[in-house]
Design a protein around this ligand. Structure first.
Ligand code: ADP
Ligand code: ZN
Ligand code: ZN
Length: 971
């Protein structure tokens, strides 16, 4: 038996390798297992991708050991890795690595124990003796533990190796759990079920004899035992019981004398029979005849003892016990935790129960609660607004969409009406493109789908753009699916990532939310994959990180096909290629109407809290919780006309008036600026020399507060030049506009306004991002000047104006997707505005008011934009009508780079000719727009062809080139 293995090393390895499987591993090995192998002369890790009876090569080395009992990859992941490798022309081991947690090699450790078959013979050195003694005491030890014992690895390693070679020690491998660094908040949660928990907690607190009596009574089966028995069994004095009776906690029956028959029934004399049959009865009831019966020897008197019993149900008794013991605090803690049913931050427990850490520790010792820790995914902003924990009733439009999605999830296809008759459309099309503006209710559809998947015993992956991975987003899912959500994000350390990966592998959560890499979480049985904001550029992996340069959306669709999961891609501004596929039937297109919704309780709660009148109205014909507000009006301002009218300021008259009004009404405004399109630069007025970064050749940007010239590409900084380095003139001018400049001008014009600037420079520090936003949301400032779009789901109820300082964003850049990007950006801006309770308006300033991307975005009109864009793409044979491949070479020596690039272009042309491929075009080599990065000269070749993957599959791309299939940008 042979194992086909992918070797997990940094170097890119094209193929797989075959290893011989030793007999002892045969029955336990399976696909996806992590094994130790000898690769070349070194030990390495490998992942088994197949098990074979034959090997294509004759001499195979044996597998050394199994590192972990559980496979590290699921079968669907292996398939997906093969797909990635083929699709993006990247070696399989690089693709496999995407699915392994970072630092896997670091977490693998060796374990040692003493060979039970060792006969104890042989010479042992002192060090070896120490080692053996330790192992005798501990049965087995890991490498890391040994290093701790000996101080250094070198202190024990060679001794251990020798003993292993002599078969005195045995060595195995384990995947060791990393020590996850403590996260930011500590939490506690209930371990025991509530009943058991309270019972156990009733033993806490001070000694109280009364409490002991209550517990004793609770422990008996007999609800009314004799008082004497109780007192005897507990050894507690009667006064304590009396107290309990006085307080009404215990009921007591009085003692009485009973008349009891002592002759057998058949011997009852007939004249007394009727009386005797009713016995035993209290003496008081039978006083008249009792004496007579006793005289005849038919009955005796018997004394019935006093009995006692609990006056309250169990739960309340326990509470009383804790009161008596002055241990109510424990009760309150347990009560809180049993109601919350999920980890609660310690600080919150202290606040709500008055407890302290010692008391919680006590509960933990008793195994009643468990301490844990959680990434702080809560913040002050989000805790205020209502989040639906239960699914709202869907609107009729959502219902239509959901019915179709459900059919796909359940049947793998949906019912369609053809000529009035219902039939099923093609099976196997499991990808859905859900088109609807932000706030149209897409997330509700995702959650319905996730809910269904979970009910079917499956799991779900939710991909969101990195910037949208906010506490708000997470909280919405966590509220609906408490305890089932894990979050992956870029701030996790390797250890935390590894931990999440392990939990996913163990099936400890059902939903993973995260950026593109969350797609590779080792879930067992995925039911649904959501790709929210599917057009977002962050779904694409791009250099300089290692390949594969995959697109998470495309990969999600492939993963859906492989695993059978339904893929739902959602966007207000779908990617043109995605939309084209949906229109041509490759994906299922579903649309939600253009409308912004809000949940009634959220809207009302916010209105009440903030004392504002909501402009949201109930949707006619919809469930009563669905409120809506119209999309905000968008006004386009022609900056050329402003110039003509003599207005040289960056604020058009309309925008200035709008800002005035907003400030007057004490509302808030956002001024949005895309710096790319309006890059600041520093130029000599006399000779026109532009100051550039010596490394990147990019124009330098002047930052006023730091008084530094900065390169936004590589981060290099230099002090401003007093004179032009070229001609020596002192007339240096700073052109263009950055956020700092906008801020300064706003401040000058509206000196009373408080301003927050939000861009990559102000948010560089940890958490400043959130702090800045928080201060804006708390109305500590009036105007937000920013380059970053406010993430979806963030509520800004007082923002009623969004001004786009210049929409001419990237329209001037030489890339075929600039129109699409401009549209997406503006449509997102317009879609984000006016969602507060007060509604709002958008003002877009531009020098190109007639541009279709700007026009369509202003009308919230994707359809029109799409038609224009797709006709442009048809004309120029651009995606989706052709596909692109981008080859880039970066070389520190300009001439050499050029020569190598020209050489490759020639080889490629020959290759294309040999393959007799029509409709294939080579562009380049040319220096791309970003022609120098980090001191290296870049050369670029673009291939435009129907199928770049098969074109390049057998073309050896030299190592120093990066290859991107379907690049998202050609800049
Ligand atoms: P999208 O994902 O398209 O941005 P959401 O699903 O987030 O839209 O919906 C926007 C708001 O409307 C959310 O606050 C959500 O709770 C609310 N909402 C969505 N569907 C309904 C519904 N059927 N009933 C009540 N509120 C709803
Ligand atoms: Zn000059
Ligand atoms: Zn630079």
């Amino acid at each position: 038996m042979f194992a086909e293995v992918v070797v997990n090393v940094e170097a890119q390895l094209k193929g797989t390798f075959h290893y011989f499987v030793p007999a002892d591993l045969r029955s336990i090995l399976s696909i996806g297992h992590l094994v130790e192998i000898e690769f070349g002369r070194h030990l390495a890790q490998g992942i088994i991708v197949a098990l074979d009876v034959e090997s294509p090569v004759e001499n195979t080395k044996p597998l050394i050991s199994l590192i972990d009992d559980e496979p590290v990859l699921r079968p669907w992941q292996i398939h997906l890795a093969y797909w990635l490798s083929k699709q993006y022309l990247t070696p399989l081991n690089s693709c496999i690595r995407l699915m392994l947690p970072p630092g896997l090699t670091r977490w693998a450790d060796a374990v040692y124990d003493i060979n039970p078959y060792w006969d104890g013979e042989g010479r042992i050195t002192e060090k070896q003796g120490q080692l053996l003694a330790l192992l005798r005491d501990n049965v087995s030890l890991r490498g890391r533990q040994l290093t701790r014992e000996f101080g250094k690895k070198s202190e024990w390693k060679s001794a251990a190796d020798q003993l292993v070679r002599r078969e005195i020690l045995r060595r195995g491998s384990v995947l060791d759990a990393p020590r996850v660094r403590p996260r930011r908040i500590r939490t506690a949660s209930m371990v025991a079920g509530p009943e058991w928990g309270f019972k156990a907690a009733a033993n806490l607190g001070r000694k109280s004899l009364q409490a002991e009596l209550l517990l004793y009574l609770l422990s008996l089966d007999d609800p009314m035992p004799a008082e004497v028995d109780v007192l005897q069994a507990t050894g507690i004095a009667l006064v304590h019981l009396d107290k309990l009776v006085q307080e009404g906690l215990v009921l007591r029956s009085t003692a009485q004398v009973l008349v009891v028959p002592i002759v057998a029934r058949e011997k009852y004399p007939p004249q007394y029979k009727s009386v005797l049959l009713r016995l035993p009865l209290p003496l008081s009831e039978l006083e008249e005849v009792a004496g007579e019966l006793k005289m005849h020897g038919l009955v005796v008197y018997s004394k019935q003892p006093v009995t006692v019993g609990l006056a309250l149900p169990e739960q309340e008794v326990l509470l009383e016990v804790m009161k008596l013991r002055q241990a109510e605090i424990y009760f309150r803690v347990l009560n809180l935790l049993s109601r919350e049913m999920q980890p609660v931050p310690l600080s919150e427990i202290y606040d709500r129960t008055g407890s302290n850490l010692n008391q919680l520790r006590r509960l933990e010792k008793l195994d009643l609660i468990r301490f844990g820790s959680e990434e702080v995914w809560r913040d002050s902003l989000m805790d205020r607004d209502f989040v639906t924990a239960t699914a709202p009733e869907l609107t009729p439009d959502q219902h239509d969409v959901w019915d179709q999605v459900r059919e796909i999830m359940v049947f793998g296809r949906r019912k369609v009406k053809v000529d009035g008759a219902e039939r099923y459309d093609d099976p196997g099309r499991q990808a859905v493109l859900l088109h609807g503006v932000t706030g149209s209710g897409k997330t509700e559809i995702y959650m319905q789908a996730i809910d269904l998947a979970l009910k079917r015993g499956q799991q779900a992956i939710v991909l969101v753009p990195e910037i949208a991975l906010t506490p708000q987003t997470v909280r919405r899912f966590a509220a609906r699916f408490p305890g089932k959500v894990a979050v992956l994000h870029s701030r996790l350390s390797d250890g935390e990532r590894f931990d999440t990966w392990r939990r996913a592998r163990l099936g400890l959560f059902d939903i993973v939310i995260g950026p593109r890499s969350a797609l590779f979480a080792p879930l067992k049985n995925i039911g649904v994959i959501v790709v929210d904001e599917e057009h977002d550029a962050s779904y694409r992996q791009t250099p300089p990180v290692p390949p594969p340069y995959y697109h998470a959306r495309e990969t999600a669709v492939a993963a859906g096909q492989i695993s059978g999961a339904t893929v739902i891609m959602g966007s207000a501004t779908p990617d043109v290629v995605s939309y084209h596929r949906a229109q041509s039937g490759q994906y299922l297109l579903m649309e939600l109407p253009k409308r912004v919704m809000g949940h009634r309780l959220r809207v009302e709660g916010q209105a009440e809290r903030l004392h504002i009148d909501s402009q949201y109205r109930q949707l006619p014909g919809s469930p009563q919780d669905a409120y809506e507000i119209p999309l905000p009006p968008v006004q386009i301002i022609d900056l050329r006309q402003e110039l003509r009218a003599g207005n040289r300021s960056i604020f058009s008259r309309t925008l200035a008036d709008a800002i005035n009004e907003t400030l007057e009404r004490q509302e808030q405004a956002i001024l949005f600026l895309n710096r790319r399109g309006t890059a600041t630069f520093v130029m000599c007025r006399d000779c026109g020399h532009v100051l550039r970064c010596p490394r990147c050749d990019m124009p330098l940007t002047y930052h006023r507060p730091r008084m530094m010239l900065t390169c936004h590409h590589c981060g290099r900084q230099e002090p401003p030049h007093g004179n032009c380095p070229q001609c020596g003139s002192a007339r240096i001018k700073y052109f263009g506009l950055g956020t700092e400049e906008v801020e300064a001008r706003v401040q000058k014009r509206w000196p009373e306004a408080r301003i927050t600037r939000w861009d990559r420079d102000t948010t560089a520090g940890k958490d400043t991002h959130e702090k800045l936003l928080a201060s804006f949301i708390n109305r500590e400032s009036d105007i937000l000047v920013g380059t970053q779009m406010i993430a979806k789901g963030l509520d800004l109820p007082f923002v009623t104006l969004v001004g786009v300082i210049s929409a001419d964003v990237s329209l001037g850049l030489p890339d075929y997707r600039t129109g699409e990007k401009a549209f997406q950006l503006l449509a997102q801006v317009a879609g984000r505005a006016g969602r507060g309770l007060l509604g709002g308006r958008v003002i877009v300033q531009t020098y190109q008011p007639q541009h279709y991307a700007i026009q369509a975005a202003a009308d919230h009109d994707f359809a029109t934009f799409y038609l224009e864009e797709i006709s442009f793409r048809t004309q120029h044979m651009l995606p989706p009508f052709r596909r692109l491949a981008k080859l880039v070479l970066a070389d520190p020596i300009a001439d050499r780079g050029k020569r190598l690039a020209e050489q490759l272009a020639v080889e490629l042309r020959v290759h294309v000719r040999e393959k007799v491929l029509g409709a294939t075009e080579l562009i380049g080599p040319v220096p791309p727009f970003f022609s120098r990065v980090d001191g290296r000269y870049r050369w670029q070749i673009i291939i435009r062809t129907p199928d770049p993957t098969s074109l390049l599959a057998d073309f050896p791309v030299p190592k120093n080139w990066t290859l991107e299939i379907d690049p998202v940008s050609t800049l």
